[in-house]
Design a protein around this ligand. Structure first.
Ligand code: HEC
Length: 163
């Protein structure tokens, strides 16, 4: 009897850990969570669940070494928080703005081309990991950046610890 109880306790603890380990599984995301700003005019678009999953995978593979949880390790002033993205010129707090950045990255003030400094698809010689990314892939990555702050709130882009 006691043995059974202990087993049940262990099983419960195990499943509880599993739940915490995956707090934001894409399948559980509501349509509202998956709705992101498309462009500067404020139009919106709903991202499909498979695209959300693809965006997370690609971001983890290609961007997370510098942008874990929305921070920028090598330049803490330019994070991926909504606020930082919105303040860039032109604003990058929308899908098209981020996709454009991944083709033609510029400094925060928009004045200087930084294709030689930041991963983009136009310099496959410098960034071979970007070479095979399609337009749909870039959109998925951009959507990931726009969805994460809704889920992680202030834990995205601020460097604050969480979970
Ligand atoms: C080697 C490190 C590194 C990698 C890898 C990297 N970035 Fe960046 N990222 C930076 C740095 C540094 C900046 C700030 C550049 C600047 O303006 O000086 C930046 C800026 C940005 C910005 C602009 C942020 C803002 O507030 O305006 C976006 C968007 C962005 N990165 C997205 C990505 C995406 C998406 C990927 C993966 C495809 C990626 N980055 C991969 C280092 C990196």
């Amino acid at each position: 009897m006691l043995k059974k109880l202990i087993l049940i306790l262990i099983a419960t603890a195990f499943f509880a850990c599993q739940l915490f380990a995956q707090p934001v599984a894409a399948l559980e995301l509501s349509e509202q969570d998956r709705t992101v700003k498309l462009n500067q005019q404020g139009e919106e678009v709903v991202i499909s669940v498979p695209k959300v999953q693809k965006g997370k995978r690609l971001f983890d593979d290609t961007c997370a070494q510098c942008h874990t949880r929305g921070i920028t390790k090598t330049n803490p002033n330019v994070t991926l928080s909504q606020q930082a993205l919105a303040g860039a010129i032109p604003p990058r707090d929308n899908l098209e703005g981020i996709v454009d950045y991944l083709k033609n990255p510029t400094t925060y003030d928009g004045a200087t081309d930084i294709k030689e400094l930041h991963p983009n698809i136009n310099r496959p010689d410098l960034y071979p990991e970007m070479r095979n990314l399609t337009e749909d892939d870039l959109e998925a990555i951009a959507a990931h950046i726009l969805i994460q702050p809704k889920l992680l709130r202030e834990r995205w882009g601020t460097g604050k610890p969480g979970f």
